[in-house]
Ligand binder design. Structure first.
Ligand code: HEC
Ligand code: HEC
Length: 263
């Protein structure tokens, strides 16, 4: 796919009509088989998120027809990378019905991704693709209790100004703006309870940093890439880790994440 994309960019630069990205047909057929056995009950035969189980689920299974994906490493608005989708499928999305498909081989996952892409025309257009953002490592002060407390204090102020309208002053997802929030699929967009030890994006400080950089496509959770400096983002993250609720074992699909070092 990437190779094809590179060729395509060359073609585009010489202003030839070939603007469309081709799908791999063999992969598509293999992927259809895997999709029908593993994904169809939720995502539906037409990939519109209306599978048999859908009406009972919250959040709803994703419709793939708009080509909007929340959990990515690419800039706001862009399609996810192959690896982003692979991560979602292999690890699942904690706290939702989207379980982890660890029994699928890497090859199966590659095929089912190709099939998922066939549902939306956004995957055919080169302009919707983007390279992943380069994200920094967490700052050293995050390991130091005293320094972390100072940064968290600053983070609290920044959180109140930038986040609490949606996520609530207590970061429990109950901000004053909640009632009016919708996603592009026309369902209520529920701001996450950021105190939870496990989030869909991951549990580590850098996972939250990534969401602040990329935003969640299709939802009111936009990117803060241009509105908050990296320092401000780490300060907010330090604050959020002071609010974390204790981890309790849950049934179901909590993926094995790397443990967070906050002590
Ligand atoms: C039991 C229901 C269920 C099954 C089965 C299921 N999913 Fe999902 N899936 C969901 C739900 C619910 C969401 C939406 C989660 C959210 O929006 O936070 C989702 C979201 C996704 C997303 C979007 C992630 C993003 O970043 O926005 C992808 C991709 C995906 N599923 C792929 C698959 C594939 C491939 C399979 C089969 C191998 C599969 N799912 C099987 C329920 C399911
Ligand atoms: C306009 C409303 C709004 C604002 C402002 C906002 N968020 Fe969000 N945020 C949301 C919504 C809605 C979601 C869930 C989207 C979905 O899954 O459909 C979300 C999701 C997230 C997630 C993903 C958590 C997970 O479940 O994986 C993180 C992290 C996050 N927000 C942090 C922040 C921080 C930090 C700020 C402030 C810098 C902020 N948000 C500002 C609405 C908002």
């Amino acid at each position: 796919m990437l190779k094809k994309f590179a060729i395509l960019l060359l073609a585009a630069s010489s202003a030839i009509a070939a603007e469309s990205v081709q799908l791999d047909f063999t992969r598509y057929m293999d992927g259809k088989y895997i999709f029908e056995r593993n994904c169809i009950v939720c995502h539906g035969p037409r990939g519109d998120g209306n599978g048999e189980m859908a009406p009972t689920l919250n959040p709803r299974p994703r419709s793939f027809r708009e080509g909007m994906f929340k959990f990515r490493t690419t800039p706001f608005g862009s399609l996810p990378t192959e690896d982003d989708l692979r991560h979602t499928i292999k690890h699942g999305l904690t706290g939702t019905a989207m379980g982890m498909f660890s029994q699928l081989t890497d090859d199966d996952v590659t095929s089912v991704i190709e099939y998922v892409k066939s549902f939306s025309r956004r995957w055919r257009k080169a302009e919707n693709y983007a390279e992943p953002l380069t994200l920094p490592e967490p700052p050293d002060w995050l390991e130091d209790t005293k320094q972390r407390a100072t940064h968290a204090e600053n983070g609290r102020t920044l959180f109140v100004t930038n986040c609490s309208a949606c996520h609530g002053p207590a970061a429990d997802g109950k901000g004053p703006a909640v009632a009016g929030l919708k996603d592009v699929w026309n369902f209520p967009a529920k701001p996450s309870d950021l105190r939870q030890p496990h989030l869909r994006c991951g549990d580590r400080p850098q996972d939250i940093y990534r969401v602040l950089a990329t935003g969640l496509n299709g939802t009111p959770m936009v990117s803060f890439e241009t509105t908050l400096t990296p320092e401000q983002r780490w300060d907010i993250i330090a604050y959020l880790f002071t609010l974390k609720l204790p981890d309790v074992p849950t049934l179901g699909n909590a993926p094995p994440r790397e443990t967070v070092k906050t002590k």
